[in-house]
Write a protein that binds this ligand. Structure first.
Ligand SMILES: Cc1cc2nc3c(=O)[nH]c(=O)nc-3n(C[C@H](O)[C@H](O)[C@H](O)COP(=O)(O)OP(=O)(O)OC[C@H]3O[C@@H](n4cnc5c(N)ncnc54)[C@H](O)[C@@H]3O)c2cc1C
Length: 532
């Protein structure tokens, strides 16, 4: 079972403690810290209030079910889970096993004025699945029992999945047939295919496989107004695309029960590589040239100087890293160096040519190869990093991220500006923040920008939450100032809702609102999310 107050499964959750070197590094930057006291599961269970809904065979009123579906994985969620101060819980949780059962639940909700929260893996980092504090009784609908590969059309390369299928189940059910979806968000272990569609997610290898919008070919949606089937077409010019109505709607219009996705045969070969550029400017010029030349890489990640330093410090094996740094410095990648991680995936021929062309372009920008170890390390730890939040927490540190996407012309100033504003956001309290940035989804037009920040917990949960609020506002306001989107991959939820009108405009927001009302005239579906 999923951990109730952290990342991973109870049975095989990774123990990712902060190394001594990692702790010393953080202490030298932002000072040492004292961990806050965690609440126990029993304490939180005792605080779950009586449900406002009567018992019914359709759903569970159990305190533990309600508690386990009350919060996602945002930093405010984490603070609620750790302090035990949830404030609000769903009144009931249902676990449907078919589209018909989902439709029955929606009809029940319509008849009894119950609000509904669709729930996939609960990995939202922006407050998507949290019940509103004031409002009607809330029924959370957990989709994870709809977890099967329903059909695989090998000729058309279309797979149909139950919307609650989590990443590893998607890939294992396809792999036995020789196929892959290739959608690997860092939350892959716990997030679901329906959640990916509903929140417009992006996987680490989006350069080869596309974002979820490119994979999502059609499917079935249950709404308060009935069932909608979106057929699959290779392409169509028959008016607006119904898929776009549901992509990124965050449970506001209905519940996706079946997802049809475009899959590909398992690749013949895949490998990940790391090289270093002498400085950020050289790295930027190289990755832009690589992506604009439409090189067939499956992933790219360019870490800025501070992220490069942080990665190398946290990598462990201090002696080997020192030798590597000496080697790099001799070849021109010294103190200002930046790390470039990339992947090649496909046939042997494709991988060979992508690898050699990437190395060639990189060399023209001063790129220096670092041997196979760091690439393998990235592959090994690609889904492990979320566990580090536990290690940091146990040392008294909180960590969160802020992300956007911006056209190339503004990328350099935005990277520096967003990171600087977050770094300085707690200056008035005399608190240092360690922030670092990478580009990880690169396009011909521009790039995503992903900033991670670590800060010391306050003396209380409230103080820690207030620190986070200032950091979040500083990051979001900087994104807006530089003309970025409020989210490239995490979505809007509760935490970004107030910034959405700036991006969409009044008419745009009215159009989204109007569309929601077609399917949900009484605002019962996940109210309070997406729109301010
Ligand atoms: C450690 C970590 C790493 C992450 N890395 C990435 C990343 O690399 N890329 C990325 O894109 N995101 C990432 N995320 C964010 C998150 O995993 C994604 O937003 C993911 O798509 C959410 O999927 P889920 O199944 O957990 O959905 P949930 O969190 O359960 O729900 C998200 C939203 O979708 C709605 N929803 C869920 N299922 C359905 C359904 N069947 N029908 C209708 N609405 C539904 C919910 O109501 C909610 O509004 C990360 C999160 C964490 C905690």
């Amino acid at each position: 079972m999923k951990r109730w107050n952290g990342w991973g499964d109870d049975e095989n959750a990774l123990d990712y403690t902060l190394s001594g070197a990692g702790r010393n590094f953080l202490e030298s930057l932002i000072g040492n810290s004292t961990p806050l006291q965690d609440a126990s599961l029993e304490q939180v269970m005792a605080s779950v209030p009586a449900s406002r809904l009567p018992p019914n065979i359709l759903y569970s009123l159990g305190a533990e079910d309600r508690l386990r579906h009350a919060r996602g994985q945002s930093l405010p969620d984490w603070l609620a889970l750790r302090s035990g101060e949830f404030g609000v819980f769903p009144d009931a949780v249902a676990f449907p096993e078919s589209s018909d059962q989902v439709q029955s639940l929606l009809q029940h909700a319509a008849a009894h004025q119950i609000d509904v929260i669709p729930y996939g893996g609960g990995t939202s980092v922006v407050g998507h699945i949290n019940p509103e504090i004031i409002g009607r009784p809330v029924l959370t609908i957990d989709m994870t029992r709809m977890d099967k590969l329903i059909n695989l059309d090998k000729q058309s390369q279309i797979a149909t999945f139950g919307a609650g299928t989590v990443g590893p189940q998607v890939e294992s059910q396809l792999a036995v047939e020789g196929y892959t979806l290739g959608h690997y968000p860092q939350s892959w272990e716990l997030s679901t295919i329906g959640g990916w569609v509903a929140s417009r997610s992006s996987g680490q290898q989006s350069m080869r496989y596309g974002r979820i919008e490119q994979m999502f070919a059609g499917g079935r949606i249950e709404t308060l107004k009935g069932q909608l089937d979106i057929p699959t077409f290779p392409a169509s010019s028959a008016g607006p695309d119904l898929r776009e109505f549901f992509l990124g709607t965050e449970g506001r219009m209905g519940i996706i029960t079946e997802v049809k996705v475009r899959v590909t045969p398992l690749p013949e070969q895949e490998s990940f590589h790391v090289l270093f550029f002498p400085n950020w400017e050289a790295g930027l010029a190289a990755v832009r040239e690589i992506v604009q030349n439409k090189m067939q890489l499956s992933m790219m990640r360019l870490s800025n100087r501070i992220e490069t330093i942080t990665q190398l410090k946290l990598a462990g094996g201090a002696r080997i890293i020192a030798l590597l740094e000496k080697f790099l410095a001799l070849r021109g990648a010294g103190d200002d160096k930046v790390m470039f991680t990339f992947g090649v995936t496909g046939s042997r021929g494709q991988c060979k040519s992508a690898l050699s062309l990437t190395r060639k372009i990189s060399k023209c920008h001063g790129g220096v190869g670092a041997g196979p170890v760091l690439g393998k390390k990235w592959e090994h730890s690609r889904f492990r990093t979320p566990y580090l939040r536990h290690g940091l927490w146990e040392s008294g540190y909180a960590v969160d991220t802020m992300e956007t996407a911006i056209d190339w012309a503004r990328v350099p100033e935005a990277v520096d500006g967003i990171q600087a504003d977050i770094t300085n956001a707690l200056q008035d309290q005399g608190e240092a923040v360690h922030a670092f940035t990478h580009l990880s989804h690169l396009y011909g037009q521009g790039s995503s920008i992903y900033t991670t920040y670590v800060f010391r917990c306050g003396k209380t949960y409230e103080e820690t939450y207030n620190r986070w609020k200032k950091l979040k506002a500083a990051g979001a306001e900087a994104i807006i100032r530089f003309g970025g989107t409020i989210s490239h991959q995490h979505g809007v939820g509760k935490d970004h809702a107030r910034y959405l009108p700036i991006e969409k405009g009044d008419l745009g927001i009215a159009a989204i609102q109007g569309l929601i009302e077609v399917f949900d005239p009484h605002q019962q579906m996940n109210p309070g999310k997406l729109l301010p």
